[in-house]
Write a protein that binds this ligand. Sequence first.
Ligand code: GLU
Length: 379
Amino acid sequence: MDHLSIRQNILGHVRRVVVKLGSSVVTTENGLDRKMIKNLADDIHATRNTGKEFIIVSSGAIAAGVRRLGLKEGARTIPQKQAAASVGQSRLMTAYDEAFGRYGIRVGQLLLTRDDLTHRQRYLNARNTLTTLLSWGVVPIINENDTVVVDEIKLGDNDNLSALVAVMASADLLITLTDIEGLMDCDPRVNSDACLIPVVENITTELRDLAGGTSSGVGRGGMASKLEAASKAQLSGVPMIITRGKVENVIARALAGDPCGTLILPAKEKMSARKSWIRYNLRPEGALSVDDGAAHVLLHGGKSLLPIGIVEVEGSFEDGAAVDVTDINGRKIAVGLVNYSSDEMKKIAGRQTAEIDWVLGYRRYDEAIHADNLVVLQD
Ligand code: GLU
């Protein structure tokens, strides 16, 4: 199939769309780019008439706050960034509110942190809020809650956030608007013959290496973080388009299947939303190292991990925690939710299932990690 037919095929089924705007798209040197935000509202308004739903993930709070406060040196320390975001975020929302208000469309603000996406209940609450807003015809505008996050608890960048939001909202497409055409086959700053890659089927190591050095200078994400986001979206079954944001009717054109930007295809076998949450939203609190037999069964059989295959337990964790599963060479092969705490796991490691009762005096589960709670890393 040629590239255009692949696009048409994917985009023909799209209803719910997450649009991510980087700081370089929503701001200029003079602050918020209100004209761009208005154009986006025009574009979305025109496209919404075809029954599509939109969720926006917008950066720009810190950049807008820095301009508003007249901070000549920018915001350098974390408290300065947090404070600038608190000034900029309300400006950002006002700009969206005014732009969409011209069409009588309401917007709603969701400020999320990593913890909101890690705790299952908070994650589900955020998802319910999103779907309620969409059912009311409101356009949710999401940003990371910069005022309360510091490095350790940060999601990292809005590329990452947008991919997690797309999965949370069961979106059919993620469109990332940035300041370059899309993924190029070589670095355009070094090679003037650089060509746009129209469709990506697999996110290869070469592609990651290629993206490694590129960055737009404003905002936190560069091409590398866009590819990270693309990989999360891809494996969770959400197609993604990376394209230049400051282009007229870019959303309508992208959705019509026009050849703009790079389309990253979803994986043929998609991970369930729950497995995607386990893999991408949770932070492993320890690791289980498994023998060759168990590693083989996990990688090829889609089975549960039994205590007998475990050779070492690292870290301190409660039952229900997320842990990495590694082979004996330390290669990470899976992530999963444990049925036993680290203390219990150390006692039952290497034991037959039937032995759990007499080692612990009880047996809550046969498996160390049940197959339903285990995500095997194939990439
Ligand atoms: N949340 C940040 C802001 O709104 C931007 C993060 C990013 O650029 O990825 O300023």
